[in-house]
Design a protein around this ligand. Structure first.
Ligand code: CAA
Length: 416
């Protein structure tokens, strides 16, 4: 029998402060409805220099181990997906490995391809276990990022930050991945990038949306072809994409998930041979509100309150989806779409585990978000203007890590 492999449990870490997105709109002289209805945002996480991508990754991983009682002696791989690394050479994975005092006999590395790096890392872990090379060991995959475009830029309301840690094993209580059914699509484009030495990302915003939709169409069609060969979906009265219980997307801002879902449906409507006859009618059917409400809307609860988390965005949507409906989805197949600018998209699927609700209850996401503090726009701007290498002396909350100082180019962390 084929091995069941996938995500056993997850944990989330977010910065301790956030702004209300309507406060930001008012401060910028923008109609708040543009950020709420237009982009789908409610709140936006704000980090300070002590909450860098290392400390968020280590906090999420430590939380996962503690909440789920992970036996660290059974771990054989630690992959960190990130596009906001802190060193050209030393990976975040080695910091996390040291801070958590993990076993020496582990493969550790970072995985980078914009927001796709986390999914690339997850697939490396899944396929390592599925191949048998893991010999019964599990993997930790941590997606961590700070999304930063700068004050008063078009990208400003789509910033955020945080980390999601995933335990990957042969006991996929959250999601058993359909190994080998992945559809991928790559293109060499300049839609979003961050040249070495820059703190803020550069982005061609509207073009980046086009690139995302173009790449995801290729990835979805690739997945659909393989899923049809395996008899998991078919041309029927229901579109193939409607045969998935839910579809989770990379969420740079919540409205993007709505656009992505319409694109997936458009792929089906264009290829079915029996859908609406005109492009206008197909566009209309693709934008179905009922389909969006049934298959996508409930995954966005956390993303709307945290903002963009780059590599972790899709996994924050998975956390939000299983937090909202873990019990109801047990045994059902869902689709997941990852997109990284530059670009690479990957569509894959998996079956939600019977113990998803129980595992998610241990992740205690309501408390993780409730502990945050709402700050004013003045305080947000002050934090944004702090130098990245001089963290404020704040004692870490119990169970979390903070960057304490950078001395002679070596980073020192405190906490947990
Ligand atoms: N009331 C309601 N809605 C309003 C409104 C109002 N008063 N004013 C505007 N809107 C709507 C607009 O109609 C638009 O909706 P549609 O896209 O559905 O038409 C939406 O609000 C946004 O308006 P604009 O397009 O005018 O906004 P903008 O030009 O200021 O910038 C953005 C939007 C391009 C997303 C910008 O925030 C940005 O560059 N963000 C960063 C890039 C990004 O997130 N790209 C996503 C794809 S790339 C990727 O996914 C990788 C990654 O993580 C970065």
């Amino acid at each position: 029998m084929k091995k069941r492999v996938g995500i056993e449990a997850l944990a989330v870490a977010v910065p301790r402060r956030y702004v209300d997105i309507e406060d930001l709109a008012r401060a910028r002289g923008v109609d708040p409805a543009k950020f709420t209805a237009g982009l789908g945002a409610k709140e936006m996480a704000v980090n300070d220099p002590g909450e860098d991508s290392v400390s968020l990754a280590a906090t999420a991983a430590a939380r996962l181990i503690q909440q789920q009682g992970v036996d660290t002696s059974k771990l054989g791989m630690l992959v960190v997906g990130t596009e906001t690394g802190v060193d050209h050479s030393k990976p975040i994975a080695s910091h996390v490995h040291g801070l958590l005092k993990l076993p020496r006999g582990m493969r550790t590395f970072d995985s980078q391809h914009a927001c796709y790096g986390g999914t690339a890392g997850l697939m490396a872990a899944v396929e390592w276990i599925a191949s048998g090379a893991a010999a019964g060991r599990s993997a930790l995959v941590v997606c961590t990022d700070i999304a930063r475009y700068g004050l008063k830029t078009a990208g400003e309301p789509t910033q955020g930050g945080g980390a999601v840690a995933l335990l990957v094993s042969e006991t996929p209580d959250l999601l058993a991945v359909d190994v080998g059914l992945n559809g991928v699509s790559t293109a060499d484009v300049y839609d979003f990038w961050r040249p070495v030495g820059r703190r803020e990302a550069l982005v061609d915003g509207h073009y980046s949306i086009t690139c995302y939709l173009d790449a995801m169409a290729g990835a979805y069609r690739g997945w659909r072809e393989r899923a049809m060969e395996q008899g998991l979906v078919r041309w029927d009265s229901k579109l193939p994409s409607e045969q998935l219980s839910r579809i989770l997307y990379h969420v740079p801002f919540c409205k993007m998930a709505r656009k992505a879902h319409a694109q997936v449906r458009l792929c089906d409507l264009e290829d079915s041979g029996s859908g609406p006859a005109t492009p206008e009618a197909r566009d209309e059917a693709a934008k179905s509100q009922a389909s969006y409400d049934a298959q996508v809307a409930k995954s966005l609860g956390l993303n709307a309150r945290v903002g963009n988390v780059y590599t972790a965005s899709l996994y924050l949507a998975l956390a939000g989806q299983l937090h909202a409906e873990g019990a109801a989805l047990a045994g059902q197949r869902i689709g997941l779409l990852s997109y990284g600018s530059g670009s690479c998209a990957e569509f894959y699927s998996g079956v939600v585990g019977e113990k998803a609700a129980e595992r998610m209850a241990r992740a205690d996401l309501d408390t993780v978000l409730a502990k945050r503090e709402r700050v004013s726009i003045e305080e947000y701007e002050r934090l944004m203007n702090l130098p990245y290498d001089a963290p404020e002396a704040i004692a870490p909350e119990p169970g979390t890590f903070r960057l304490a100082e950078i001395h002679e180019f070596r980073r020192k962390y405190a906490g947990a």
